[in-house]
Ligand binder design. Structure first.
Ligand code: 1BN
Ligand code: ZN
Length: 334
């Protein structure tokens, strides 16, 4: 269960609109408590360092605009106009930011015999050689609101403000940061398509499977972080159980960094969810990937795969918190 909604929101606002909007200093190995550096640090009792590397701050307003922009395309269902517009936007935007961008078009025939034209979008930052970290999210949206309590709504498409647009918005803003200041190691972005087609799981996680069969098996990333449903206005990111079982060290690192940044109450280590998602395909292929997911969206999880997955139920502050954590992981990745 989440903490009382109002309390959570006030606490997150205080964190994000306080010292945290300033540029963060990344710290390596000394004994200055993180609290000295501001931004809610010190929660985990972490130590900071002599060598300080400045990194850009995550611009939550710009990320939220990207979330709204995607919603304005309409549902991003494979084959729809919104899907085509979003693909064009992703490619154009990333080509202005990353040194390498390529598309992975592929087809899938669903269990009902529908032929889907799908496209993964891949962008690379930082050194081209050596190991690389994979950041991934899905950019498609659920064709039908099949979790709606009202049967009449179950044929409606899902807007996907949280489930689709939020992860994409966070990754796009991280791409801008990496363009401004390249990360210390190689970073690959995967915007996967066909994650949420369904309803059968045979027709889900399609982009992840395609990536793993191609790029991922030729030259696998060292580890990865999946962002899914990272925009809930009432956020909570308990440890996801498949991630803990398949990528425990990466979980410890991410949740430790989140605590160090002052977000411990939003990243509880002592609570778990278990969500089948793109990351499980990677774990099965031997690539440790962690899912940062808030699978408790709305009262009784009542906004997930319903017409209530809309902009009004998301928050720029949640995008900030998740972007801040992932940026810290990446810029500390020496
Ligand atoms: C997450 C968000 N998922 C879909 N939208 C994955 C999922 C699949 C979660 C089946 C639960 C059941
Ligand atoms: Zn979904």
């Amino acid at each position: 269960m989440k903490a009382a909604e109002g309390v959570q929101r006030v606490a997150l606002e205080a964190l994000v609109h306080g010292a945290c909007v300033m540029k963060r200093w990344m710290m390596l190995v000394t004994a200055i408590p993180l609290a000295v550096a501001g931004c809610g640090g010190g929660d985990a009792g972490e130590s900071a360092t002599t060598v300080r590397v400045e990194r850009p701050s995550f611009n939550a307003d710009r990320a939220f605009q990207d979330l709204e922009r995607q919603v304005a395309f309409g549902p991003r269902i494979p084959g729809s106009a919104g899907h085509a517009e979003q693909l064009e936007w992703l490619e154009t935007e990333l080509r202005s930011l990353a040194h390498t961008v390529f598309l992975q078009p592929f087809e899938h025939v669903t269990v009902d015999g529908n032929e889907l034209a799908l496209t993964n979008v891949i962008a690379r930052f930082g050194p081209a050689d050596g190991s690389r970290l994979l950041l991934l999210t899905h950019w498609d949206t659920r064709p039908k609101a099949d979790q709606s309590s009202d049967e009449a709504d179950r044929e409606l498409p899902v807007t996907g403000a949280n489930d689709g647009a939020s992860g994409t918005a966070v990754l796009m803003e991280l791409a801008r940061m990496f363009n401004e200041q390249p990360p210390p190691g190689g970073v690959e972005f995967l915007f996967s398509d066909g994650e949420d087609y369904g309803p059968s799981t045979t027709d889900m996680f399609l982009g992840a499977r395609h990536y793993i069969a191609g790029v991922g098996s030729e030259n696998p990333p060292a580890y990865g972080i999946l962002l899914d449903m990272v925009g809930d206005a009432d956020p909570s990111f308990p440890v996801e159980a498949y991630s803990m079982e398949g990528a425990g060290q990466v979980v410890q690192r991410i949740w430790g960094i989140a605590a160090g940044l002052g977000y411990r109450r939003f990243f509880p280590m002592d609570q778990t969810s278990r969500v089948l998602d793109d990351h499980v395909r990677f774990i099965e292929a031997g690539i440790p990937v962690v899912n940062i997911i808030d699978f408790d969206y709305g009262p009784g999880h009542g906004f997930w795969h319903t017409p209530r997955d809309v902009v009004e139920n998301t928050s720029a502050q949640t995008l900030f918190m998740v972007g801040d954590v992932v940026a810290e992981v990446v810029y500390r990745n020496r």
